[in-house]
Design a binder for this molecule. Structure first.
Ligand code: MOS
Length: 733
């Protein structure tokens, strides 16, 4: 084993990417072979289809099939991923005439051309029996469920430490505030796209997904065929962010259409459809009560959350799992409530719970700093902890204080004046400096890795993982090449492909912490195997040289690894495509990643436009595996946080249901001109208690804490405490 630093490799897929070589599902054209599909969707928010007339649609030249709920045969739901199944929701559209939400598919058209499919989909005429519906948290008719009273309590523990109500009642300094976060839709550039193709009884699905194994098992369940009749191929994903983390509702429809037409069928959901055919970040309301003594020690926190779910599924809330870990709260009580509304089931959108939870708690901590006239950085440092109050266990590593100190130094925080409205820019802008920390659980999954080297110098690792742009191929190449002494470009990673190693869902920022340690184990096993081939030793020799000298064409090894404390049975779940993630509590320790963000905002004097000229972010993600992709991840997370703070909201239509701004023109996102300087640093201290590679996870923690840092900076600039996201010009007029 070598002890080289991790190389700052250029992304191993960079050349292919800029040349447009990766082929995504939607890139499959094959004129004359492939049929194109389009969906007709419900124009009501709730009720039943009473009649569906497909005559005009079927008459469009080139139309081969118009599929409705009357023609789905024995197809069934593959179940909800958080309820023991495989789909983003339990409701598979088109299995019955029932309509649960606006935009739900009611028919699929397959045609020779996309134009014919779209035209025919518009000609599908449905009659409905409408029912009343509720789409906002406060609407009459919603149903509020205490998560602790549902089966979810068996795998999502309520967070409680000490006696938070008593400690809050007795605290000399009290804050009590409500924060609101809107629904949002992640909009990966790659639309949700499926190509379904049968070869006899075997089905191939090409689709950008974060969870090829769940798509495989889910489609098999839905169609009543064996999982080994299905293969799912997803070598590159054009952005996922949680939207592509389970079986999509269109995949089964495309597979049925392909079976009925005996042709490969391509279904690309258009942008407006993505807002209704896939999961999204549910709206959430956060009631925070924070108590402190006069010195600023936080003695109590109560975090009550109400988050949206659908009528048909309970999408579990895990907000307080993170807010409770920000500081050493000796007394903490978390409450998660789910509000059933008439929407598709919400899901995991980047830092799904952690971004809203950190927004609420870290905004409130800033309010506490002002209530006590204490510097917001000093207050945070004074409340740091090495022990997790919720479990009494130590953190495997926690460098929040270093993130805050280093960030303050890089940002020049010492020059900040405490009073709101006390700093001005040259053009009269109100300048505000804000800080907040973010946290994200350190999670890991089991993984199986198959490593092969050949005498012509090729190295191939087949492993669970999906490349959705975050750079997992580069992290794997770095890990394997560093130990084997080959160039990173020589390492080929077979990922996102059910023909190789079992594919676990890649999400939750666990990709690197799950794949890299097992890749390193496989490399160690390979070095041992090569050593046995070479009695003279392997030092200074390449695998290819060793193989040639031994007269061998290739050597294979296979190893497996699980998260700390997981039972061996977890590999059965992995192979069955079921979520198998462990953490953040691991028997004897608790693991979280952390980040501190320092933000400057400038409020323009006349327009009140909020600009963010400067951000400094310092992250504690354990060891940095790939400095280049890690830095890029943090920049992306900060941009996402700026969007969440100042732009993004899916506008709910209370009169007709569904989401109104269902396109990239009206769903507001930051653009390049909205982004200033983003300076990124890492603490880069390996967490070898968590895993041998010392990696904790980075993708999502990067976004946490950005929104409160901005809101806190807006308060510093203007004296206005804004507790609802997004913060827009009209809130500052
Ligand atoms: Mo991510 S929201 O865990 O794909």
């Amino acid at each position: 084993m070598t002890d080289l630093p991790f190389p700052d490799t250029v992304r191993v897929d960079a050349d292919d990417k800029v040349r447009g070589r990766p082929i995504y599902a939607a890139d499959d054209t094959r004129p004359g072979v492939l049929l194109h599909a389009a969906l007709a969707v419900s124009t009501i928010a709730k009720g039943n289809v009473t009649d569906i007339d497909t005559k005009a649609a079927r008459a469009v030249p080139g139309v081969r099939l118009v599929l409705t709920h009357e023609m789905m045969g024995i197809t069934k739901s593959a179940g909800f991923i958080m309820g023991g199944g495989y789909g983003f929701q339990s409701l598979q559209p088109m299995l019955s005439p029932a309509i649960a939400y606006r935009g739900q598919p009611i028919a699929l058209v397959a045609a020779d051309t996309l134009e014919a499919a779209i035209e025919a989909a518009h000609l599908v005429k449905a009659s409905y029996a409408e029912e009343p519906f509720s789409v906002t948290l406060n609407a009459p008719g919603v149903e509020v469920v205490n998560q602790a009273d549902t089966p979810l309590k068996n795998f999502i523990p309520e967070i409680a430490a000490g006696d938070a109500d008593k400690a809050f009642a007795e605290a000399p300094v009290k804050l009590d505030a409500v924060f609101n976060c809107p629904p949002q839709h992640q909009n990966p550039i790659e639309l949700i796209a499926t190509v379904a193709e049968w070869h006899g009884d075997n089905l191939t699905i090409r689709e950008g997904t974060q969870n090829a194994e769940a798509v495989r098992h889910g489609v098999a369940t839905a169609l009543g065929i064996a999982p080994d009749q299905v293969q799912v191929i997803s070598p590159f994903v054009g952005g996922g962010f949680g939207q592509k983390n389970s079986l999509q509702m269109q995949t089964v429809l495309a597979a049925v259409a392909a079976r009925e037409t005996v042709r490969p069928v391509k279904l690309v959901v258009p942008r407006a459809g993505v807002f209704h055919d896939a999961s999204f970040r549910p709206t959430s309301r956060h009631h925070i009560r924070l108590g402190a003594d006069r010195s600023g020690r936080m003695v109590a926190a109560i975090h009550e959350v109400e988050a949206q779910t659908s009528r048909h599924d309970l999408f579990p809330g895990e907000y307080t799992a993170t807010s409770s870990r920000l500081y050493g709260f000796a007394n903490f009580r978390g409450v998660e409530r789910l509000v059933r509304t008439d929407v598709q089931t919400p899901g995991y959108m980047r830092a799904p719970f952690e971004h809203p939870a950190c927004f609420a708690m870290e905004s409130c901590v800033d309010e506490l700093a002002y209530a006590l006239s204490q510097d917001p950085v000093a207050l945070r440092l004074a409340n740091d902890t090495e022990t997790d109050a919720a479990t009494g266990l130590p953190f495997s590593s926690r460098h929040v204080a270093e993130c805050l100190r280093r960030g303050a130094e890089l940002f020049g925080w010492a020059k900040r004046s405490m009073a709101p409205q006390s700093m001005r820019g040259g053009d009269g802008s109100e300048i505000g400096w804000g800080v907040a920390v973010g946290a994200y659980p350190g999670l890991a999954t089991p993984a199986i890795a198959h490593l092969k080297v050949t005498d012509d110098g090729d190295v191939e690792i087949s492993i669970g993982g999906h490349e959705m742009g975050q750079g997992i191929r580069t992290a794997l190449a770095n890990a394997v090449s560093r130990k084997l002494g080959v160039r990173p470009e020589k390492v080929r990673a077979v990922i996102g492909d059910t023909r190789g190693a079992p594919q676990h869902l890649t999400a939750g920022s666990w990709g690197t912490a799950s794949a890299v340690p097992v890749a390193e184990d496989a490399t160690d096993a390979m070095l041992k195997a090569l050593g046995e081939l070479s009695p003279a030793g392997i030092a200074g020799r390449t695998p290819a040289d060793i193989l040639k000298a031994a007269g061998r064409r290739s050597v294979d090894v296979e190893v497996q690894r699980k998260a700390p404390g997981q039972p061996d049975a977890i590999f059965g779940r992995l192979r069955a495509g079921l979520p198998s993630v462990g953490g953040p509590v691991y028997g004897s320790f608790v693991t979280f990643s952390y980040i501190a963000h320092f933000v400057e905002v400038a409020i323009e004097p006349n327009t009140r436009r909020i600009r963010v000229p400067r951000v400094v972010s310092v992250a504690d993600c354990g060891r940095v595996m790939s400095p280049r992709t890690a830095t890029s991840q943090v920049r992306g997370g900060v941009v996402w946080g700026i969007g969440a703070a100042l732009r993004e909201a899916s506008e709910v239509d209370p009169h007709y249901g569904g989401f109104l701004n269902a396109d990239l023109a009206e769903y507001m996102l930051p653009v390049n001109a909205d982004i200033g300087s983003i300076e990124v640093e890492f603490i880069d201290k390996p967490d070898t208690v968590f895993n041998s590679a010392g990696v904790k996870g980075l993708g999502e923690v990067a976004m946490t804490g950005v929104a409160p840092a901005i809101a806190n900076a807006v308060f510093h600039a203007t004296g206005r405490r804004l507790r609802d996201l997004p913060i827009r010009i009209e809130h500052l007029l």
